[in-house]
Design a protein around this ligand. Structure first.
Ligand code: TEU
Ligand code: CA
Length: 538
């Protein structure tokens, strides 16, 4: 495999609204991010994936874009954006922008024109039909909204304010490629591509993801924009399988660098999806992660537990109270020793947790409110109580509470009223405390990044082979990473019980662990105890 810089890098995701406010309006912004670049540099990451900062009415916090080539005043100016790119690059950090081109905001000039009349030149930039079909929106309700003006329905797979673009229209594709090149010329390091598996949709056949023209469009996009630049491109593809992942990321196909697959992130979804979560099937989780480790041969994997749409993993599948630090380190070690590019979501590196807000109104997420209306009020398939249990456990706002910087009021995030409640545990869980504690979660992440990038084991971690051990064990996740030089063994206790170590090994060296006093002679692992050992090579 030809080596690429993004094989070796580690990415840090920033949700700008919740990262650092600089002007006291309670909303994070670009100058705030710039003021925190040295902190991010300390962690050792190479890339920042920046969730959208473009002009937007903020129905979906920026994933509803009304001007792709301007920055929303709430986040700052284009000059601020150029400064962020420059300042980050000075620190050896590339800025990857969020490309949201399955849909625009309904306030985008293209849509304002499109809805004016059926013969408007922009009519076919979107998907209009005389009658709706049965498609439903991810955010609840029908995926069709009637427009009085021209007496037709337009399609939106997300909020009403997020009309789907018609990718079959070559003019739409050309406009998007032009915009992408405009950003690439500004010096960004690549794109994260929002629901990119949707752009090949065949709406009349109700084929939404993995549509017939998807890979044709991606190869055209590659050819006309980033293909001849050495940048990182990662597609968000909830529908991907390993086979499909190879189609996206096999370099010979000239599509993307890698994708986010979500098979491990939907394993606990119940009858009504994430709103009815079921207990984690740990053996199944290990099988899924192992499948993604062994079935991507030509292409490339991403690795993540968290992002701005997912609940905090230590609250979801760990113990975010008594064993918060141990399990946060366990999730980090287990993920970062796998093969693929690791992504760290803001706050994950200090063990931030979910939050339980009192009332539905306290939540801001358009998905929570849209699905509540659909599941509880309209279709009545879930009770208020059952739905709220789903929100507490799985709602996206769990990941969107403001970054916790220090013990000062509002966790140092803002001097104003925060747009979303700050987790009351910020006096204990915050960056300042983490940086002053050598045993904090932060330093485990820093050490893992250093191990991946700058140690004797880098090639083994990045390119080595993978083998799952004890695959049916209900408590232990045990796997090997090996090549001609090293044989590394990862043993993780995924439970809060003391469990016997059922694997024989002859350790030469302990690389990293989440307890200060692990000894190869011990026969038990303590709650969430995780170690990485260098074994005597075969
Ligand atoms: O998310 C895609 C998406 O469908 C998620 O919202 C996810 O499926 C859902 O939360 C699971 O219940 C992308 C962005 O990451 C998300 O923030 C946007 O809201 C969405 O697309 C629309 O742009
Ligand atoms: Ca602000």
């Amino acid at each position: 495999m030809e080596k690429k810089w993004w094989h070796k890098c580690v990415v840090y995701q920033i949700y700008p609204r919740s990262f650092q406010d600089s002007n006291g309006d309670g909303i994070g912004d670009i100058p705030g991010i710039i003021s925190r670049l040295d902190y991010i540099k300390t962690l050792g990451v190479d890339v920042i994936w920046l969730s959208p900062v473009y002009k937007s009415p903020m129905e979906d916090n920026g994933y509803d874009i009304s001007d792709y080539q301007d920055i929303d005043p709430i986040f700052g100016t284009l000059h601020d954006m150029d400064t962020l790119i420059t300042e980050a690059n000075k620190r050896g950090i590339k800025i990857v922008m969020d490309l949201v081109v399955n849909h625009t905001s309904s306030e985008h000039p293209w849509f304002i024109e499109s809805r004016k009349s059926k013969d408007n030149p922009y009519r076919d930039y979107y998907i209009w039909r005389k009658e709706p079909n049965g498609l439903r929106s991810v955010f609840g309700g029908s995926a069709w909204t009637y427009d009085e003006g021209t007496k037709e329905y337009y399609c939106h797979n997300f909020a009403k304010g997020q009309p789907d673009l018609n990718w079959e229209n070559p003019r739409v594709r050309e406009e998007i490629y032009q915009m992408m090149n405009w950003w690439l010329d500004r010096g960004i390091g690549g794109f994260r591509m929002d629901v990119i598996d949707y752009i090949g949709k065949d709406i009349d056949k109700e084929i939404i993801t993995n549509g017939p023209k998807l890979h044709e469009y991606l190869q055209e996009m590659n050819r006309k924009t980033f293909g001849y630049r050495d940048v990182l491109t990662v597609g968000e593809t909830w529908s991907a399988t390993p086979e499909i992942a190879e189609l996206y990321s096999d370099p010979s196909r000239n599509e993307l660098s890698m994708i986010f697959q979500f098979e491990h992130m939907t394993i606990d979804w119940g009858k009504w999806g994430k709103w009815t979560p079921k207990p984690l099937d740990f053996v199944k989780l290990k099988k899924i992660l192992s499948k993604w480790q062994t079935q991507i041969n030509k292409g490339w994997n991403s690795l993540f537990w968290n992002n701005h749409d997912l609940p905090r993993i230590i609250s979801r599948w760990g113990n975010d109270q008594e064993y918060r630090v141990e399990c946060a380190k366990m999730f980090a070690i287990v993920l970062h020793l796998l093969k693929g590019t690791p992504y760290i979501y803001q706050g994950e590196e200090i063990g931030m947790t979910n939050i339980k807000l009192e009332k539905l109104e306290d939540y801001q997420d358009v998905e929570i409110h849209g699905c509540y209306k659909d599941f509880v009020l309209e279709r009545k398939v879930l009770s208020n109580e059952d739905f709220m249990q789903g929100v507490y456990k799985m709602g996206r706002d769990n990941a969107r509470t403001p970054m916790q910087w220090n013990k000062s009021p509002n966790a140092g995030f803002t001097t104003g009223k925060p747009w979303l409640t700050i987790n009351p545990n910020y006096p204990v869980i915050n960056v300042e405390t983490a940086l002053s504690d050598k045993n904090s979660v932060f330093y485990t992440y820093k050490k893992l990044i250093d191990l991946r990038k700058n140690s004797d084991y880098s090639d083994t971690i990045i390119y080595g082979d993978y083998e799952l051990l004890l695959e049916n064990d209900k408590n232990l996740f045990v796997y090997r990473r090996y090549d001609d030089n090293y044989n590394l063994l990862v043993i993780a206790n995924f439970t809060e019980e003391h469990v016997p170590i059922k694997v024989k090994y002859n350790a030469e060296k302990l690389l990293i662990s989440n307890y200060p006093d692990f000894t190869p002679q011990q026969h038990f692992l303590r709650p969430y105890e995780t170690v990485v050992l260098r074994l005597k090579s075969k």
